[in-house]
Design a binder for this molecule. Structure first.
Ligand code: ARG
Ligand code: ZN
Length: 890
């Protein structure tokens, strides 16, 4: 049942236009689909096979007359169609039941409002169609519904007509001026209100922007609208891409499987990425809204104007669009230091989520070769690694070269459905002298080979010759179906530091003069050696600056060298990285040690002093300090190990954290005093950085109070919690009390629930905080189970399921990996429960035990048993079946 990339065949028919008429009714919606089709002259004549799922078929007409047809599985097959290449008309009348659609794919009801989600294959749940991205049609949509219950009727494009009908009904007719694949179709109908904004583009065109929400939520839409306007302006300035529609709409729904969806002109969003006020949303929420609104808007060109030929090319639009949203957020952040903070955050996601995926049973190339269920391939590899692959191209051809490449890409492919190869070819062709063009064939391996490459760096200083020789070696582990790998093209940005931390000039052997203090080596063979000349002292290499490639860099630094980098590296990313490497080294030694945690997990004085220097540093930004002072996560630590004892990892990290809390007590108190004052709330990088550091300080002070018995800081924290002027500060204070397991945590949680009981997104935070808190003696699972019975809990709502079940199973390893296996039993129960009504969400949760085969006993056997119990269920969805089958094969 797997679909193979190499089996791609062009469609046997084209659909030029579609006229859809909807009579919307939650229990029985009637859909009339009138299409103009013609045979694809390039393909041998064959029957027409249309996809359809859970539809009731009432009538099929060809050219207005009845015709014979048959149903084969999920396809409607028409054999007696007109011969020749002339267009003909096909009419299909079906009904569906949106209120029974619990999968949230296709047409469904949330609250009392109709929404659609068609990517990747939801359109076939609305009508019979060639539901594939390379069939691009013009859409006209007529919506009819009860006017009182569904006063707002929206679809893609322009509203061309609307009015009343008999019996209290009304209609709206929409016409999309652009051709599109079916996955970009959308409709919305219900009681909604809009924040509106008129804008004039740089080119002088007028556009209407709308953010549609439930009536009570209008006051929470300002930031989303500001983000949309900023995104529109940014795409014009940075890439010369303008809004190509008179009207651009965003609609928010509280029932949504993913983050958001880029339907042409009618983006549909999870409320989580639209609604925000300072009282209800954190700085992270504000930043996420900006980035997701940007992401979906940028799809308007990279995704909608140029789309994917088939779903194996998904990263063509997703990797590129994530790269674009990352750049947008960096440009919005402004200062070089704030840009670096964003880069560090992005790399952290890559390393804690994508690297494990690339090393586990679900590993797949950025352009996969096969899938059973395409929904399982909306992954961090397609998105985040895909973005890194685009970023490498950007860096290899330069900023202007990349802009030229994008121009060429649109010149060649606008209005078409194309491949990842087409993209990289355009970037290379626009930059024929670049290292990308020079190594294009090898570079493309980033699309075809899975796994995270390892780069080993070995430096040799020759004092007599004043040379420094750097040898870089690369390798890549086997992944499912790919035992052997060819070398990748790996850009390694680097600098050299003198022992006092000064940047040294870089001159390679054979060059006449030094070429600045930073340069990029392009490693393209398994092993390459570079010799730098005129090096007056043994240098400390600063390698892979800005994380210039998605690889694991191994370099045998001494502690002293890492301390030099932490104190002086001009590259903020590597400065942070040096601190992480030091912490990692200490933690890994403690994890490997046979001694009890209390003796093994000890930070040496030099490390603590270096952390103090960063915390007290007069110039560094608060946001950067917060990142440096945060120890590598349990997930990242576990990834470094061949065999993982998750409890040991948890205890070691907690012991190190407690020591940092204790030994820097005075410094944390100082940091809090310096950073906690907030004036009028603004979600910008500088002020959110101050709040982040103040929040970390409070968490550390409360943590320390746990052992010291101090009551001052927990008391202050509770005060802060009660009087906080914004959600960031309030949640940080609550989290500090909960994280320290303080007695004040319970009353604070109760008060918080009371305050926000009517705000679903805040109640999600309330669940997530409790499911994600530090485990102490196995106390998290019982409270998660109790919360499952809370009147506010509802497994059917994806946001709520994520806030409680995913926060526990996927984001709290110390609590989840219990030695009594109860965490795994709970997990399997929830995967099965979810699978009965929402396979997409169930399959996400099923990924929580991807890395089971690395676990030590007894966890390993217990995990295998839990996975096997899921796999033994007879009527699993394809989604979950694919995930657990691959896991068991590991
Ligand atoms: N294209 C959307 C985005 O990245 C994600 C939609 C994913 N939907 C799905 N059912 N897998 O913005
Ligand atoms: Zn996307």
């Amino acid at each position: 049942t797997a679909t193979q990339r190499l089996d791609y065949q062009a469609p046997a028919f084209w659909i030029d236009s579609v006229e859809l008429t909807f009579d919307l009714d939650p229990a029985k919606t009637r859909v009339l689909n009138k299409m103009r089709l013609r045979r694809n002259p390039d393909v041998a004549p064959q029957p027409l096979r249309l996809d359809g799922e859970e539809l009731n078929l009432a009538r099929v007409l060809v050219g207005g007359a009845g015709t014979s047809f048959k149903i084969e599985g999920d396809q409607l097959v028409l054999e007696n169609l007109p011969e020749g290449n002339e267009p003909f008309e096909l009419e299909i009348f079906t009904t569906c039941a949106p209120n029974k659609n619990t999968q949230l794919s296709g047409l469904y009801v949330s609250g009392d409002t109709f929404f659609t989600q068609c990517e990747a294959q939801g359109f076939r749940r609305i009508t019979y169609f060639l539901d594939r991205p390379d069939v691009m049609a013009s859409y006209q949509v007529l919506l009819r519904a009860d006017k009182a219950q569904y006063p707002v009727l929206l679809s893609n494009g322009n509203l061309v007509e609307s009015g009343d009908l008999p019996d209290g009904r009304h209609f709206a007719r929409w016409q999309d001026p652009h051709k599109k694949p079916s996955y970009l179709f959308a409709l919305v109908a219900g009681k909604l209100v809009a924040r509106e904004q008129q804008i004039t583009s740089r080119a002088g065109h007028k556009h209407l922007l709308q953010v549609w929400v439930r009536p009570g939520d209008l006051g929470k839409t300002e930031h989303a609208m500001n983000s949309l306007m900023a995104a529109i302006a940014w795409d014009e300035t940075r890439f010369g891409l303008s809004l190509d529609l008179e009207r651009f709409m965003i609609v928010a729904t509280s029932d949504f499987n993913m983050g958001a969806m880029e339907n042409k002109g009618l983006n549909i969003f999870n409320t989580k990425y639209v609604l925000a006020t300072e009282a209800t949303a954190t700085d992270a929420d504000f930043a996420n809204i900006e980035s997701v609104v940007g992401h979906e808007y940028f799809h308007n060109w990279t995704g909608d104007r140029v789309t994917c030929r088939d779903w194996f090319q998904l990263s063509l639009k997703e990797g590129l669009t994530v790269f674009r949203d990352q750049e947008f957020s960096q440009d919005m952040a402004g200062s070089p230091s704030a840009r670096a903070v964003k880069r560090i955050e992005d790399v952290r996601v890559l390393r804690t989520a994508q690297f494990p995926e690339d090393a586990g049973p679900m590993a797949h190339p950025v352009r996969p070769d096969s899938y059973v269920e395409i929904n399982n391939f909306y992954t961090v590899t397609i998105y985040e690694k895909g973005a890194e692959v685009v970023r490498m191209q950007h860096n290899l051809v330069g900023r202007d070269g990349f802009a030229n490449g994008m121009k060429l890409y649109f010149e060649r492919h606008d209005g078409h459905a194309v491949t990842c190869d087409d993209f990289v070819q355009a970037i290379a062709d626009a930059n024929p002298a670049s290292p990308l063009a020079q190594h294009l064939g090898a570079f493309k391996r980033w699309y075809s080979q899975a796994g995270t490459p390892r780069v080993h760096a070995q430096g040799q200083y020759d004092a007599a010759a004043q040379t420094y020789t750097l040898t870089l070696t690369q390798s890549c582990p086997a992944t499912p179906g790919q035992p052997d790998k060819q070398p990748f093209v790996i850009p390694v940005a680097l600098g050299l530091l003198g022992q006092d931390g000064r940047a040294l000039a870089l001159q390679l052997e054979g060059e006449d003069a030094a070429a600045g203090h930073e340069r990029t080596l392009v490693l393209h063979e398994a092993r390459q050696t570079y010799t730098f000349t005129h090096v007056a002292e043994a240098p400390v290499p600063s390698l892979l600056r800005g994380f210039s490639a998605p690889v694991i860099l191994e370099c045998d630094y001494s502690d002293a060298e890492l301390l030099t980098l932490l104190a002086h590296d001009g590259d903020a990313f590597n400065r942070w990285e040096a601190g992480q490497r030091l912490a990692l080294r200490i933690a890994l030694a403690a994890i490997a040690s046979d001694a009890p945690v209390a003796q093994a997990a000890v930070l040496p004085p030099a490390f603590v002093a270096a952390m103090r220097d960063v915390l007290r540093h007069p110039q560094l930004d608060a946001a950067f300090k917060e990142l440096v002072l945060t120890l590598p996560s349990e997930t990242y630590l576990a990834e470094q190990l061949q065999t993982v004892d998750p409890q040991r990892v948890h205890e070691v990290r907690e012991a190190l954290r407690a020591q940092l809390a204790r030994e820097l007590h005075a410094d944390w108190a100082w940091a809090w005093e310096q950073h906690h004052a907030s004036g009028a709330y603004r979600p910008d990088a500088a002020s959110s950085g101050r709040r982040a550091l103040a929040g970390l300080a409070l968490a550390m002070l409360c943590l320390d109070a746990r052992t010291s018995g101090d009551t001052l800081w927990p008391g202050k924290t509770y005060q802060r919690f009660k009087t906080a002027a914004n959600m960031t500060d309030r949640l940080a204070a609550l989290g500090a009390l909960v994280g320290a397991g303080h007695a004040l945590a319970q009353p604070a949680l109760e008060r918080f629930h009371q305050l926000f009981k009517d705000d679903a997104l805040v109640i999600d935070k309330w669940f997530a905080l409790q499911a994600g808190r530090v485990d102490r003696g196995g106390d998290v699972l019982p409270s998660v189970k109790a919360l499952m019975k809370h009147p506010d809990f509802n497994l059917k709502n994806p946001n709520r399921a994520r806030s409680l079940v995913f926060s526990y199973c996927s984001a709290n390893p110390g609590a989840f990996h219990r030695s009594d296996a109860a965490g795994y039993v709970f997990w399997a129960d929830q995967v099965l429960a979810l699978d009965a009504f929402n396979p997409q969400v169930a399959a996400r949760l099923a990924r929580a035990l991807d890395r089971w085969s690395r676990l030590a006993e007894p966890w390993r056997s217990a995990a295998r048993e839990a996975i096997a119990r899921i796999a033994a269920k007879a009527d699993l969805s394809n989604d979950v079946r694919e995930v657990v089958t691959r896991a068991l094969a590991d």
